[in-house]
Ligand binder design. Structure first.
Ligand code: FE2
Ligand code: FE2
Length: 179
């Protein structure tokens, strides 16, 4: 961070981002837990929480990081905006596809005698794709993007990004049912 003397805030940014991704993942699993309990209404609402929190997370990253990740700034290999921005777009598309699959299943489950479990397992794929990409994307950010960004962001920019990430973590944690 250019105007910071402390490496601690850089480490805090990375840790804050890790917590935000852990909360997104827990919300994803909350949706699947509700699905396996055949609580379709709760699965849909968990998915909506996941979508909203992920959208805020991605918007904040786009605003704070994409300029930094321009090729002219020499980001690490694998951390270019040319890679990160399309992954963000793809995550949004996959979340919307998952929402459509869950919505269709919810409607189907309300018909008496519907073989909900049979249909449910056949509709898991679009949901699992979200988890695959989210996990892959988090590794890219944890290993490449955030360590680079932590050295380049100003303290004010890092603090702004952390505020959004902390808010999304709190929103996810508030929505997840205790086990
Ligand atoms: Fe991201
Ligand atoms: Fe992220």
């Amino acid at each position: 961070m250019s105007d910071m003397t402390s490496e601690n805030l850089g480490a805090a940014l990375v840790a804050c981002h890790d917590r935000a991704h852990a909360a997104l993942e827990a919300t994803f699993f909350g949706a699947l837990e509700a699905l396996t309990a055949l609580d379709l209404g709760r699965a849909v609402s968990q998915w909506e929480t996941l979508m909203a929190a992920t959208a805020s997370h991605l918007d904040a990253e786009d605003a704070a990081l994409l300029d930094l990740l321009d090729d002219a700034q020499a980001p690490p290999r694998g951390a270019s905006a040319r890679i990160v921005a399309p992954e963000h777009s793809r995550l949004g598309e996959l979340l919307a596809a998952g929402q459509a699959a869950l919505g269709a299943l919810h409607a189907f489950a309300e018909a008496p005698g519907s073989p909900v479990r049979r249909v449910m397992v056949r509709r898991l794929e679009p949901l699992l794709r979200v988890h695959h990409l989210l996990t892959h994307h988090h590794v890219r950010e944890r290993e490449l993007v955030y360590p680079f960004a932590a050295r380049r962001l100003t303290a004010a920019e890092a603090a702004r990004l952390m505020r959004v990430l902390e808010a999304t973590t709190a929103a996810c944690e508030a929505a997840i049912a205790p086990i």
